[in-house]
Write a protein that binds this ligand. Structure first.
Ligand SMILES: [Zn+2]
Length: 405
């Protein structure tokens, strides 16, 4: 087998394509493989798939997988096919998709790399600009999403994630049953829900078939859900609700700490659940004698623990439990606790809805932390578009088909 035959076989070339020659430049660490077809070959018209004659050819180059450590490029004069029906069009080549400067195998490799490391790192590995890798990733994500079927979607969750330092956000919509990201879009206002509803329709789903939606207590999502998912009952995500109560505890601590130095460095003692405290935090916990103390912070903390217990109540006792808790919190004479109790009162139907729907944003918390970790490793993304592509790659459970089967 000579070099031509070897590459012909390794590239899996089918007639009329053949290797015409190869040129290895050791200094430049580069292999160039020239492909060609015999005179008189016929090609398919890319529009109607009918046979056509070669009108003329265009020189094209594709970056291929490396040959050992050497960059490899394919070259071919690509025929433009003259079809009686459709006119003159550039023929498709089996090793690359139209318009790409990379072979399918190279793109498949790139896609694997960008799923396992930051795109900038993947770009360094293959020696290409990261813009080109983003373009490949976006193409295959868009192609896979176009084939997605959302017809069974009935329970969704939504949350925002910070896209850049400052206050840029992307809202992420998930199917809480299939545990995957359905849609991501810039912003965190009611319009994001409208955009989700139309994307759902575009993929065979029905906004009116969505019966349960999990979200934080923001006005924006509530309004958006009421407008665009008219049959959805809202469950306020319990992680968000508990966090709100926790924030109130922290506010009580910060105020009390001004006059009580004992509380210095105790922040996480109050924010964590007892079972999650570190040894050092336990020591602090014991030192403060949390259980018997007259600290305001300890009272706020007890109110928080009691609020969390709501979610361990039997469904039929949840409402009276919350009523009692509300009475306690509003009579605590701790302003932040009174305030948060009133907020919870206003949203209690959505909070109690959890006892019926059983849904929360747990999967979104997971997606969010993956996205934030990827973002940190990548030191941020230059655009919303790239962040959204990454969200789909990480959590979209997409069927990313690069190579023909
Ligand atoms: Zn045609």
């Amino acid at each position: 087998m000579d070099g031509k035959e070897l590459f012909q076989a390794a590239l899996g070339l089918l007639p009329p394509w053949q290797v015409e020659g190869c040129c290895f430049d050791e200094k430049a660490s580069r292999l160039d493989i020239h492909l060609n077809f015999p005179r008189g070959s016929s090609f398919k018209c890319p529009v109607c798939q009918g046979a056509g004659k070669v009108h003329d050819t265009l020189e094209k180059t594709w970056r291929h997988l490396n040959f050992f450590q050497h960059e490899t490029h394919l070259h071919a004069r690509t025929p433009r096919v003259d079809c009686a029906q459709c006119g003159v069009h550039l023929a498709a080549v089996p090793w690359a998709r139209p318009g790409s400067g990379f072979t399918l195998l190279f793109e498949a490799l790139a896609l694997v790399l960008v799923q396992s490391m930051p795109v900038s790192a993947a770009a360094r590995v293959v020696g290409e600009h990261d813009t080109l890798l983003w373009r490949i990733a976006t193409h295959y994500v868009d192609q896979a999403r176009a084939k997605e079927d959302f017809s069974g979607v009935c329970k969704v969750g939504v949350d925002e994630t910070a896209s850049r330092r400052g206050h840029k956000y992307v809202s992420i919509f998930v199917d809480v049953v299939r545990r995957k990201v359905l849609f991501a879009t810039p912003g965190k206002d009611a319009a994001t829900v409208a955009a989700f509803a139309s994307d759902l329709k575009a993929h065979g789903g029905d906004p009116e078939a969505v019966t349960e939606a999990s979200a934080d207590m923001s006005q924006a999502f509530s309004k958006g859900i009421a407008e665009s998912l008219p049959n959805a009952k809202v469950t306020f995500d319990k992680f968000h609700v508990v966090k709100l109560v926790n924030d109130a505890v922290d506010e009580v601590r910060r105020m009390e700490q001004k006059t009580n130095p004992e509380l210095k460095k105790s922040r996480y003692v109050w924010l964590k659940n007892p079972e999650n405290l570190t040894a050092g935090q336990w020591e602090k916990f014991d030192g403060l004698d949390v259980v018997n103390s007259n600290l305001k912070t300890a009272r706020a903390y007890a109110i928080r623990l009691s609020f969390q217990e709501l979610f361990n109540q039997p469904a039929d006792l949840a409402r009276p439990y919350l009523d009692k808790w509300y009475y306690w919190a509003t009579h605590s004479r701790l302003a932040p606790m009174v305030k948060v109790a009133k907020t919870i009162r206003l949203h209690q139907d959505g909070i109690l809805r959890w006892f019926t729907s059983g849904i929360n944003n747990g999967i979104l918390e997971g997606v969010n932390s993956l996205v934030q970790a990827a973002k940190a490793k990548a030191r941020g993304y230059r655009s919303h578009k790239n962040l959204i592509t990454m969200i789909y790659l990480i959590a979209g459970k997409l069927d990313l088909k690069v190579l023909p089967t």
